[in-house]
Design a protein around this ligand. Structure first.
Ligand code: MN
Length: 318
């Protein structure tokens, strides 16, 4: 998914001080995606008080709704995109030659390194019900200038406990590690909890964590969560307890070691300063080999929006 907002917010991320256990509900903003096939997505991070959770720096939820996805080629730098479907299918094509369809239970993980471009389409010509979580992971300094890559994982490892089953997308959860390539200590896991079940999920105290509930509902320390908001748990917890609603709950748990690098995010780019963002934007607009071309689109692509009239400057986590 591309950030199609014609005037995207400038989000600057400063290192976190000393995160601690807490519970903070980050309400989702409805972000309209442009074009004739308009739909909205629910975005939780980055948020002005919570730019990142570990290295996770962006979380969108689209659907569930019938939709004909036609996201033309667009660029990324400095990040990995994690695409995880609860319903529907998406055809992914990119500038490293990938052309794959992703379905529920499968992970698409795209690593931009210094630059990649990709498109995302509904495989057929008609709308189909789709429910997509798309998240970005910021690459650390040692990995963000590297070569682009794409991997799809169709057989992810599973962890189980009393009342819950977890599919480990990336990183480690409950002693189970995903084969997906990660560059910082983190976790991304889909956790299914049965109807009415009360569960205690193991966490890593050195990580900060957050939970989305894309399907069903769950009560967590008095807050009822369903599709939309993100529950930020802070760091320093070794467990989190929650109770699924009558229809059960499907959670997405994300977390990681608090990021110690300053990020500047604008449009589809994660960099470290204003000039890097400008250089990436120019490279895309000039059809530079930094990004290349996605085959199959006859050169059609999403143009970069105009830069804001001010230099992209740091904004601290509050
Ligand atoms: Mn994208």
């Amino acid at each position: 998914m591309s950030d199609l907002d014609p005037a995207p917010d400038t989000i600057d991320v400063a290192p976190v001080g000393h995160p601690r256990p807490q519970l903070r509900i980050i309400e989702a903003r409805e972000v309209p995606l442009g074009g004739v096939r308009a739909m909205t997505v629910s975005r939780t991070i980055p948020e002005r008080t919570l730019p990142t959770v570990g290295a996770w720096c962006f979380a969108d939820e689209a659907g569930p709704a019938p939709h004909l996805t036609r996201v033309l080629p667009h660029p990324h730098i400095g990040l990995q995109t994690v695409s995880w479907l609860l319903a529907g299918s998406i055809r992914h094509r990119d500038t490293v030659g990938s052309d794959v369809i992703v379905r529920p239970g499968q992970l698409n993980l795209m690593t931009s390194g210094a630059g990649i471009a990709h498109s995302e389409f509904t495989p057929g010509d008609d709308p189909e019900p789709v429910h997509l979580l798309q998240l970005w992971i910021a690459l650390p300094e040692h990995a963000r200038h590297g070569a682009p890559a794409f991997e799809q994982h169709v057989d992810l490892p599973v962890a189980q406990g009393a009342g819950w089953t977890a599919t480990v997308l990336i990183g480690s959860f409950a002693g189970v590690t995903s084969p997906a390539t990660a560059y910082t200590p983190l976790v991304g896991a889909e956790i299914v909890v049965g109807p009415g079940e009360g569960v205690s999920l193991p966490l890593q105290p050195g990580f900060e964590h957050a939970v989305l509930v894309p399907r069903g509902s769950a009560t967590l320390e008095g807050d009822e969560l369903a599709s939309g908001p993100l529950a930020y748990l802070g760091a320093g917890r070794d467990r989190v307890e929650l109770v699924a609603g009558d229809a059960g709950a499907t959670l997405l748990l994300i977390g990681g070691e608090p990021l110690q690098e300053e990020l500047v995010m604008w449009w589809n780019f994660v960099g470290r300063d204003h000039d890097e963002i400008v250089a990436a934007r120019d490279a895309w607009e000039q059809h530079s080999t930094r990004f290349g071309e996605v085959a199959g689109h006859d050169g059609a692509r999403i143009p970069a929006p105009p830069l804001p009239g001010v230099r992209l400057a740091p904004r601290r986590r509050r």
